[in-house]
Design a protein around this ligand. Structure first.
Ligand code: PHE
Length: 456
């Protein structure tokens, strides 16, 4: 029977770490500070946190229960739960988003490889001040072949782990990596606090200017929440299809959200004290922000102890690579599980299709920082377009539909049984959870979309 053939995650901790591994990634360490910088700091963070709690948590629990109940890839899951209805388009949309996100995310993954390599070979010691770091970044991303090479390497590593399968590949790996990442991020926060501009940085992060909040900021914050928590595209739904019946879905969602938010906020605390400490750096520098700022952090914070600076920077970039990898694996898995189960291909063949498609689009996205920078869609470069469509449109839309599906369509008893593990767990917030799904999430997401449309 198909149910028994499917793999499972081996332990409860493994479940949390694998899901957190998907959630924690470049979205937290690269995209979050970049969005905070572009959207004015503390006010954005506040809206972000509200989105995480009131939209992120309920949608995550819903994805978990849809996945675990159906024990299937995300598109088939809706076919099982809502046979003969168009709901499976939500799943298909997730698979499509998976392709889209992986194609541009892998570009930034490639950058992390170059930075790790430069750090390890002590290459940053030859770069002088902030302007040089900016030039280093710009030169690298616009180089016609180097980023492509790194991108391909990253894609192949992801491919290899996905082909090895769920327990061997994904779970083992996350168990070691997540605690190490948290530790080193903690050390870097302390380093950053010791920088001269830290007070300015903290003010930027903690003192909200409510005048800055408009729907653009809210849309960005909501998109970032969905992106960072890997929501709305079937990723956690696919992972939950490997959960056992013992897993406490609410608690797992709570742990994942806490870990993810902690890493994002801590990344902010690493980046912004540094941004305000170094002349020539600006908060709204866009995708290059983290890559330009971080080498400065290591340089200045460890100015008197270059060896320590060296060790920490190498460790940090390696961990950045690993956390990006647990995320690319999870995106890849959404599409691979779908192709494998839908078209009855082997996992290896399914993975090959996904890798080939994403590699091709990834190359185009990467080149949009250089030779293809003039090729735009609606004013966006290809990279920015993929980012916009997935994070600001497809993922929140997916989240909205998932809320409606769970809140309005699914049998309430089945939802209750999944969440309470057939009555064995006490879940006092159940009614509130349903309320969020039925009314708050669909209306809030819908309203933000409509407002953005009218504005456009
Ligand atoms: N959540 C991941 C991150 O923050 C990105 C991601 C998006 C992973 C969608 C899987 C699915 O880096």
């Amino acid at each position: 029977m198909a149910v028994q053939e499917r793999a499972n995650f081996g332990s409860k901790l493994g479940v949390i770490l694998a899901s957190a591994g998907s959630a924690v990634g470049l979205g937290n360490i690269w995209r979050f500070p970049c969005e905070v910088g572009e959207n004015g700091g503390a006010a954005f963070i506040l809206v972000y946190l509200i989105c995480v709690v009131f939209l992120g948590v309920p949608v995550m629990v819903s994805e978990f229960l849809i996945g675990r109940h159906s024990r299937s890839n995300t598109a088939t899951a809706y076919k099982i739960l809502a046979p003969g209805t168009p709901w499976h388009f939500v799943g298909l949309m997730g698979v499509f988003s998976g392709f889209l996100i992986l194609s541009y995310y892998i570009v930034v993954c490639g950058w992390t490889l170059e930075y790790a390599w430069t750090a390890a070979s002590n290459g940053f010691s030859q770069v002088g001040d902030a302007m040089d770091y900016t030039a280093f970044f710009n030169n690298f991303v616009s180089n016609p072949w180097k980023p492509l090479l790194y991108l391909a390497v990253f894609m192949l590593i992801t491919h290899y782990i996905v082909v090895r399968g769920v327990k061997e590949g994904i779970e083992k790996f996350s168990k070691v990596m997540m605690p190490m990442l948290l530790l080193i991020i903690g050390v870097l926060v302390v380093c950053s606090f010791s920088m001269p501009g830290s007070v300015k940085g903290l003010t930027f992060l903690l003192k909200p200017d409510f005048g800055k909040i408009d729907t653009g900021v809210v849309l960005s914050a909501m998109g970032q929440a969905f992106f960072s928590l890997s929501l709305g595209m079937g990723c956690l739904c696919t992972y939950a299809s490997y959960f056992t019946k013992e897993v406490n879905l609410m608690k797992t969602a709570g742990s994942v959200v806490v870990i993810d938010t902690l890493v994002a906020v801590m990344s902010g605390f690493i980046i912004f004290p540094a941004v305000f400490s170094v002349p020539g750096l600006i908060p709204n520098a866009g995708p290059g922000l983290v890559f330009i700022t971080l080498p400065n952090v290591f340089n200045i914070a460890f100015g008197n102890y270059p060896f320590l600076g060296y060790v920490f920077s190498v460790m940090f970039y390696v961990l950045l690579i690993l956390s990006a990898l647990t995320s690319t694996i999870s995106m890849h898995e959404v599409a691979t599980a779908y192709i494998h189960e839908k078209f009855k291909m082997t996992r290896a063949k399914g993975a090959f299709v996904v890798t080939s498609v994403c590699l091709s689009f990834g190359v185009l996205c990467s080149l949009s920082f250089g030779v293809l920078s003039d090729m735009t869609i609606a004013g966006f470069t290809l990279f920015d377009f993929f980012d916009y469509v997935s994070a600001k449109f497809l993922m929140p839309l997916g989240g909205m539909l998932i809320s409606i599906f769970t809140g309005w369509y699914l049998d309430r008893k089945m939802v209750w049984e999944e969440i309470t593990n057939e009555g064995r767990l006490r879940v006092p917030m159940f009614k509130f959870y349903i309320f969020l799904l039925k009314y708050v999430a669909p209306l809030a997401i819908g309203a933000i979309f409509v407002h953005e449309l009218i504005k456009a």
